[in-house]
Design a protein around this ligand. Sequence first.
Ligand code: F3S
Length: 113
Amino acid sequence: MTYIIASTCIDVKDGACQEVCPVECIYEGGRMMYIQPTECINCGLCLSVCPVDAIFSDENIPEHEAGFLAVNDEFFGPAVTGWGSPGGASREFTASIDHPVVAHHPAAALATE
Ligand code: F3S
């Protein structure tokens, strides 16, 4: 089991999840954060603080967000960052790139007043 970050994080990247994660398994990409699945200890703290409800347990992902299980995992693989399991988020392990699914995700509509 792991937790994953899904599409509502894109272009929001609030960061509250990263601050509360006790094992620093939440890593910053260009448009969203990603959870390293083998480092996640499934505590659920991140889920409780995300203001846009972007975080799900892998056992409880809504169907339309199911692809984000692979997106989180593959972000750390050779096709994206090649980081593997860095052992903790840090300045060194911060990326300006994203998984292709996220990179090609349409920008959220701008809020109108
Ligand atoms: Fe994204 Fe929510 Fe974390 S918006 S950065 S998953 S607190």
